[in-house]
Write a protein that binds this ligand. Sequence first.
Ligand SMILES: NC(=O)c1ccc[n+]([C@@H]2O[C@H](COP(=O)([O-])OP(=O)(O)OC[C@H]3O[C@@H](n4cnc5c(N)ncnc54)[C@H](OP(=O)(O)O)[C@@H]3O)[C@@H](O)[C@H]2O)c1
Ligand SMILES: [Zn+2]
Ligand SMILES: [Zn+2]
Length: 352
Amino acid sequence: MYKAKAYAAASATSPLARTAITRRDPTEHDIQIEILYCGICHSDFHTVRNEWKDFLPTVYPCVPGHEIVGRVTKVGSAVKKFKTGDIAAVGCMVDSDRTCPECRAGLEQFCPNFVLTYNFPDKHVGGVTYGGYSDSIVVDQRFVLRVPPNLNLAGAAPLLCAGITTYSPMHHWGVTKGKKAGVVGLGGLGHMAVKFAHALGAHVVVFTTSPGKKDAAMRLGADEVVISRNADEMQKHADSFDFILDAVSAEHDINAYINLLRRDGNLTLVGAPEKPLPVAAFPLIMRRRSLSGSPIGGIAETQEMLDFCGKHNITADVEVIPIQKVNEAYDRLMKSDVKYRFSIDMASLKSE
Ligand SMILES: NC(=O)c1ccc[n+]([C@@H]2O[C@H](COP(=O)([O-])OP(=O)(O)OC[C@H]3O[C@@H](n4cnc5c(N)ncnc54)[C@H](OP(=O)(O)O)[C@@H]3O)[C@@H](O)[C@H]2O)c1
Ligand SMILES: [Zn+2]
Ligand SMILES: [Zn+2]
């Protein structure tokens, strides 16, 4: 065991503050990583504020962060995939049972016994897992990813959650050339969804509540931008979408988007607001439309996504911040004021 520096929330109402946490020494299959960058996901915020208490209550202190990129500092004797000095990445999961049908199918995100990167029981050190707002982490090699060498590391970190969470459902639902794809909410997930849908060749329409994001949406790869509070603009797209990805973090009217799907179109929710969203039956029934959800992605698909990003030179648009500004960043996240992901430069924690 050793001590690592971290930022933690002591309660649902406390700001994040500097602390020391216990990490395990790397065992046979483990990789120890010096964290260079960690993205700030809205899920970090939901968890820190205990907004998902009915589904996954937060255990405090809570060290969030699951968009991790760093350098390997030590490897266990059985590690073949990485050596000291390599760049490595970790996303939302750090373990699973490896034996269930989901794991055997390479879909660890559905494993009933997976271990999330933070706020999940930690069988090695006790308590709960601690995430990437820290200067180091130790993870089993099976859950460590490779970052293509051409990618900027600060911008690559958000791929580990925002990237895979949007890439996976678009693959599943066949977003490709000739399809019309919508993205609701131009935040961290939404802006990655726009980049992927554009790279996959679809006609991309962004729905935003922020008129000021219109130009950026077009630059990111949108073909059209709709200000979602304008009912006339919304109506023009009725019955026309093959697929819509909803990446909104707060309460909103999803029926307005279901109405925009064509027959057999699908709306996938990746946004996870605190409160349930009401769904009207008839708009689904009358066009055989479907509503589904999607969690992150498996390890193999995450690597596939990273390689796709390497090939297409895709990273997140990041605002790099020192960790001392994390509470300010959370306030701005609440106001949808981030273009389009915060990425914490962990050198700032080392010097503290
Ligand atoms: N399914 C998964 O596995 C998974 C993985 C990661 C994250 N998530 C969840 O996905 C959601 C988005 O995460 P994120 O990190 O992308 O968050 P984010 O960067 O804060 O973006 C959320 C966007 O939603 C829109 N929005 C916010 N409040 C709204 C409101 N009241 N009404 C309508 N639109 C609103 C805003 O876009 P505009 O300004 O364009 O309107 C905002 O930029 C969160 O709930 C997060 O927990 C799920
Ligand atoms: Zn996330
Ligand atoms: Zn499993």
